[in-house]
Design a protein around this ligand. Structure first.
Ligand code: TXA
Ligand code: MG
Length: 319
């Protein structure tokens, strides 16, 4: 059920008094705090269980507010934000001096985005300032795509949870670092790399994990309790045979399933549907008490690339 205007107004007041508000976005649910308040952001990190030196994205209701948080915003960042906002794109730009270190993790840059979700926009516009928000899960868990997911993960530690229905995109925003001499993608996400390259009219490299201090780049992210393995249609049969031998309970994603011993978690028809369903399928695997999830990857184009990235990270978590 979508949050009412009164609930949104109350949530904006909670932000003003330093509280935490979980809110829907088109990518995943965010856990928000007043980005201008160091205390509020510290509380956010404590609830999330996240190391304090990790930067967090500032969410704003209007593209023009980028200039409240950033300096030296160049044409490339303007091109991207003009074309993609509101939408699943975060730009990393040089920070304005007043941005709290708690938000930037001490970096001289800041990540900013305008989400494309009516409840999120209403909240951000009612609040008026910037809202620092990581995904509303505990550090290292699967990102939430419904209000119920947030409640499961964070429960009473959040002051308000605004419901906006299931997230439309299902994977996090694409992060483009426009603060360096040549723009680079720090995280694949809701805006396909192809689209970023088309807008900037040049190839845009995807930076290796390790080159940036970003929790989305740690191997252990996006993982359910079940062990995740990535398969192609050829290796699937071997993995299933091995799992059967060990007596593991197995769920399969992206394949109709080889036999009745296997639980099918979903067979998305393309990268968009795969992205939309991904975190729900991983949570579902845990709810069913499965030992293992074997995922056949989608085509690595469009949102399929972000899906493959998240599944690889989830599979790396137990290695
Ligand atoms: O779709 C999304 O981006 C969601 C929704 C809630 O907006 N948010 C999200 O936040 O995924 P989080 O904290 O889970 O991931 C934010 C990523 C992290 O990898 C963080 O390190 C990176 O953004 N980031 C933020 N500011 C940065 C900066 N100045 N430089 C480099 N990376 C930055
Ligand atoms: Mg996250």
């Amino acid at each position: 059920m979508t949050a009412s205007d009164a609930e949104i107004a109350r949530a904006a007041d909670v932000l003003r008094t330093g509280g935490l508000v979980a809110f829907p976005t088109e990518t995943v649910y965010g856990l928000g705090a007043d980005a201008s308040s160091t205390d509020a952001v510290h509380r956010l990190f404590a609830v999330k269980g996240r190391p304090a030196d990790h930067p967090v994205i500032v969410h704003v209701g209007e593209a023009a507010q980028l200039d409240d948080w950033a300096v030296d915003v160049d044409d490339r960042a303007r091109t991207l934000t003009r074309a993609c906002w509101p939408g699943p794109l975060t730009v990393v730009v040089r920070r304005s001096p007043h941005v709290p270190d708690a938000v930037t993790g001490g970096l001289d840059t800041v990540g900013v985005r305008v989400p494309d979700q009516p409840v999120a926009l209403a909240l951000l516009r009612a609040f008026g300032g910037g809202v620092a928000a990581p995904s509303a899960n505990r550090f290292g868990h699967v990102s939430p795509t419904t209000a119920a997911d947030v409640l499961d993960d964070l429960g009473d530690d959040v002051d308000v949870i605004l419901d906006g229905g299931p997230s439309r995109v299902g994977v996090e925003s694409t992060i483009v670092d426009c603060s360096r001499p040549e723009p680079a993608i720090l995280r694949l996400g809701g805006v396909p790399r192809e689209r970023v390259e088309e807008l900037l009219d040049r190839p845009v490299p995807l930076l290796d994990r390790g080159e940036v201090r970003a929790p989305g780049t740690l191997e252990s992210h996006y993982a359910p309790h079940a062990r995740v393995e990535v398969a192609d249609p050829d290796s699937l049969a071997d993995l299933l045979a091995e799992a059967r031998e060990r007596g593991d309970r197995v769920g399969v994603i992206g394949h109709p399933g080889a036999d009745e011993a296997v639980e099918v978690l979903g067979v998305p028809c393309d990268g968009n549907e795969y992205a939309h369903d991904l975190y729900r399928m991983l949570r579902d695997a845990d709810a069913r008490g499965l030992d293992r999830v074997i995922a056949v990857l989608p085509d690595p184009t469009g949102l399929g690339a972000a899906v493959a990235d998240r599944l690889r990270r989830a599979s790396g978590a137990r290695e």
